[in-house]
Design a protein around this ligand. Structure first.
Ligand SMILES: Nc1ncnc2c1ncn2[C@@H]1O[C@H](COP(=O)(O)OP(=O)(O)OP(=O)(O)O)[C@@H](O)[C@H]1O
Length: 344
C-alpha cells in the first residue's frame, strides 16, 4: 500500500483548515557567478494571495523553483509553518501541501478528467495490484477521486468539459486545467506561475475569478507570479517586489503602485507623473474587463502574451524602459567561492 503524508480521497475532501504561513527566509541562489536571489525574505500569510512581481530576470521563477523544490538554495530557509521545506525533493514538497503550476506547460493529451486524475495520483492509497485487480477498496477509492475531480472541475470553470479532450479546449481553459490539476493535490499553498500569460481579456477575467473562488472556498494561500499588473492589483493582498534578485519592496497593492523604487525599477524613472501608472485594482467583480494592456511595461516579452497584449502605447513605454533601465549591478566575483549547487 502506498501512502503519503496527505490523504484526501473523499468527495468532500478539501483544504478547509487554515494553511500555515509560508516563510521564505534569507534565500540565496547562485548560478555560477550570478546571484539570482540575494537573501530574499517574505512571508505568505495564511489564506492570502501574495504576489511576487519584478522586471524580467528579477528572480521570480528562481524563487518559485526554490519553493517547489526544483532549485536548492545556497543559503536560507523555506518553512511551511514549522516544517522545513528547504532542499526537499519536489514530490515531498507537493505531498506536504505546496502545489505549483508552470508558465508554459499546456497539457494536450487525454480528457480533462484524465489530467485531473493525474493530480490525484499522489493521494492514492490503493496499490498497483489492488487497482489492477479492481478490488472493491480500490474501486471505491477511484470513484471518490473521480467525484473530487468533478468538484474541482466545477470550481475552476471546467465542469462542462470534464469528459472533453484537452486538445479541443480553448487556450484559456487548457491553462485552467493546469491550475485544476495542481488543486487536485489538495494543496495548502498554491504557486501560480503566470496563470494568465497569453490569455485574452475574457480569459484573464475568468481565471481571476477562479483564483478568487478557490482561495475563498478552499481557504488556501496563493503565491502569484504574474506580469499582468491589473490582475496582480486586483487579486493580491500583499505584494513583494524583486529586482536583480533582491527584495526591493513589500506592501499592499496600493502601496506598491505608488512606491518610487518600484516605479524606478519598472520604468527607469522615479518621477511617477511622467510615467505610465500601475493600474488600480477594479473595485467590483463586475468590472471583469481586465485591461489587455499591462501598464507596467516589460523589458522582455512573454512571446504569446506579447502578440495579444502589446499596444503602441505599451511598446513606446517598453522602449523607454529599455533605454533607461539601469544595468544590473556587477556581481562581485569571489574566486575562492566554490560554484553554487545550481551552477549550470
Ligand atoms: N538555470 C540557470 N542558469 C543560469 N542562470 C539562470 C538560470 N535560471 C535563471 N538564471 C538567471 O537568474 C536570473 C533570474 O532569473 P529568473 O528566471 O528567476 O527571473 P524572472 O524574474 O522569473 O524573469 P522572467 O520574468 O523573465 O521570467 C536571471 O538573470 C536569469 O538569467
Amino acid at each position: 500500500m502506498r501512502t503519503t503524508g496527505r490523504t484526501a480521497t473523499g468527495p468532500t475532501a478539501g483544504s478547509q483548515a487554515a494553511p500555515p504561513a509560508l516563510h521564505v527566509r534569507d534565500v540565496t541562489v547562485r548560478f555560477a557567478g550570478l546571484t539570482a536571489l540575494d537573501a530574499v525574505s517574505f512571508t505568505v500569510a495564511p489564506g492570502s494571495v501574495h504576489a511576487l512581481i519584478g522586471p524580467n530576470g528579477a528572480g521570480k521563477s528562481t524563487c518559485f523553483n526554490v519553493l517547489s523544490g526544483l532549485c536548492r538554495p545556497a543559503a536560507g530557509q523555506v518553512l511551511l509553518g514549522d516544517t522545513d521545506l528547504t532542499g526537499l525533493a519536489p514530490h515531498r514538497i507537493a505531498a506536504l501541501g505546496v502545489a505549483r503550476t508552470f508558465q508554459n506547460i499546456v497539457t494536450t493529451e487525454g480528457t480533462v478528467a484524465d489530467n485531473l486524475m493525474l493530480g490525484r495520483h499522489a493521494l492514492s492509497r490503493a496499490g498497483f495490484a489492488a487497482s489492477a485487480l479492481r478490488l472493491p477498496s480500490a474501486v471505491r477509492e477511484q470513484r471518490a477521486h473521480l467525484d473530487r475531480v468533478r468538484e474541482i472541475a466545477e470550481l475552476t470553470g471546467l465542469g462542462a468539459h470534464v469528459d472533453t479532450p484537452v486538445a479541443l479546449l480553448s487556450y484559456g481553459d487548457r491553462k485552467r486545467v493546469e491550475l485544476a490539476r495542481a488543486l487536485c493535490l489538495e494543496p495548502r499553498v498554491l504557486l501560480l506561475d503566470e496563470p494568465v500569460a497569453g490569455m485574452n481579456g475574457v480569459e484573464r477575467a475568468a481565471t481571476a475569478d477562479v483564483v478568487r473562488t478557490v482561495r475563498e472556498q478552499l481557504g488556501l494561500s496563493v503565491v502569484l507570479v504574474e506580469h499582468d499588473m491589473g490582475l496582480v492589483m486586483r487579486l493580491a493582498d500583499e505584494v513583494t517586489v524583486l529586482d536583480f534578485g533582491r527584495r526591493l519592496a513589500h506592501g499592499t497593492p496600493d502601496e506598491i503602485r505608488r512606491h518610487p523604487e518600484v516605479l524606478r525599477a519598472y520604468l527607469g524613472t522615479g518621477a511617477p507623473d511622467e510615467a505610465p501608472k500601475i493600474p488600480e485594482a477594479a473595485e467590483t467583480p463586475e468590472a471583469a474587463a481586465i485591461p489587455e494592456t499591462p501598464q507596467i511595461p516589460e523589458t522582455a516579452q512573454i512571446p504569446e502574451a506579447a502578440a495579444i497584449t502589446e499596444t503602441t502605447e505599451t511598446t513606446k513605454a517598453t522602449e523607454a524602459t529599455k533605454a533607461t533601465r539601469p544595468t544590473p549591478p556587477t556581481e562581485e566575483t569571489d574566486v575562492t567561492e566554490p560554484p553554487g549547487e545550481n551552477a549550470p
